[in-house]
Design a protein around this ligand. Structure first.
Ligand code: Z5A
Length: 216
C-alpha cells in the first residue's frame, strides 16, 4: 500500500506495561516539546466510547480478533481526526500507546499471528507508524505496585489479566524494540519521575533531532 502522507510533525509513542509511568511521561514530554498529547485507545469522542467497551470487566468474553479490531477502529478514527491533521500542520504528537501496544498485547500477549497484527495496524493507519516508540520498561511487580497505589476501583479487563499475560507483553515489547532499534528507544522506568523524563527527552532529541519548546 502507499505510505503515509509526508509530514513535518513527528509522531512519538510512549509504550510500556501497566503502571510503567506512560501517562505521566507522555504529558511531561509533550509539554517539553510543545507537542499535542493524546492517548489510545481513545483520543476522540468515538474512540473514548470504544475504550470504555474494551476496558469494561463486565463485557464478558471478548474474542481476541474482536479486541484487535476494536483497538484498530479507535485508532483509525484517532488518526483521521487528530493525529494526521496535527502532523500535517507541523505539530509533533505524543501519544500514550499506539501500534506498539497492539503488537505487544494482541500479538505477543494474546498470541494472534504477528504478521496479521502488523498488516492490520498498517491498514488501519494507512502506513502511519510512530517515528519513535519510547518503551518505558519496568518489572511487572513495579508496574502493579504503582497502579495499585493509584486505583481503588474494580480492575479493568487488562488489569485483571494474569501475571503470565503481562510478562508475555513485557517480553514482546523487548523483542519488538530489539528487532527495530531505529524506531524504538528503551528507557529504564524504575528511576524517579524526573530521571525517567530526562532520559526520554534526551533520547527523543537525539533520535529525532527536535528542539524542546524552551530552545525554540
Ligand atoms: N491496549 C491494547 O491491548 N492494545 C492497544 O493497541 C492499545 C491498548 C492502544 C488501557 O491502556 C489498556 O489498553 C492497556 C493495554 C490496552 N491495559 N493494560 N495494561 P492504559 O494505557 O490506559 O492502561 P495502563 O497501562 O494500565 O495505564 P496506567 O495504569 O494509567 O499506567 P501508566 O500510564 O503507565 O502510568 P501513570 O498513570 O503515569 O503512573 C501510574 C502511577 O505511578 C501514578 O500514581 C504515578 O504518579 C506513578 N508513577 C509514575 N512514574 C513514576 C516513577 N518514575 N516513580 C514512581 N511512581 C511513578
Amino acid at each position: 500500500m502507499a505510505g503515509p502522507l509526508a509530514a513535518t510533525g513527528r509522531l512519538i509513542a510512549i509504550e510500556g506495561g501497566e503502571g510503567a509511568g506512560k501517562s505521566t511521561q507522555a504529558a511531561g514530554l509533550a509539554s517539553a516539546l510543545g507537542a499535542d498529547v493524546t492517548r489510545e485507545p481513545g483520543g476522540t469522542p468515538l474512540g473514548e466510547r470504544v475504550r470504555r467497551l474494551l476496558l469494561d470487566p463486565a463485557a464478558g468474553h471478548v474474542d481476541d480478533w474482536t479486541e484487535l479490531l476494536l483497538m484498530l477502529a479507535a485508532r483509525a478514527q484517532h488518526l483521521a481526526e487528530r493525529i494526521e491533521p496535527a502532523l500535517q500542520a507541523g505539530r509533533h504528537v505524543v501519544v500514550d500507546r499506539y501500534s506498539g501496544s497492539t503488537l505487544a498485547y494482541q500479538g505477543h500477549g494474546r498470541g494472534l499471528p504477528l504478521d496479521d497484527v502488523r498488516r492490520l495496524c498498517d491498514l488501519a493507519t494507512r502506513g502511519r507508524w510512530a517515528d519513535l516508540n519510547v518503551l518505558i520498561d519496568v518489572s511487572i511487580e513495579v508496574g502493579a505496585a504503582r497502579r495499585g497505589g493509584r486505583h481503588d476501583a474494580t480492575p479493568d479487563r487488562f488489569e485483571a489479566e494474569t501475571i503470565r499475560f503481562h510478562d508475555r507483553v513485557r517480553q514482546g515489547y523487548l523483542i519488538e524494540a530489539a528487532s527495530d532499534p531505529e524506531h524504538w528507544l528503551v528507557v529504564d522506568g524504575t528511576g524517579t519521575t524526573e530521571d525517567v523524563a530526562s532520559a526520554i527527552l534526551a533520547g527523543v532529541q537525539e533520535r529525532l533531532g527536535i528542539d524542546d519548546a524552551a530552545s525554540r
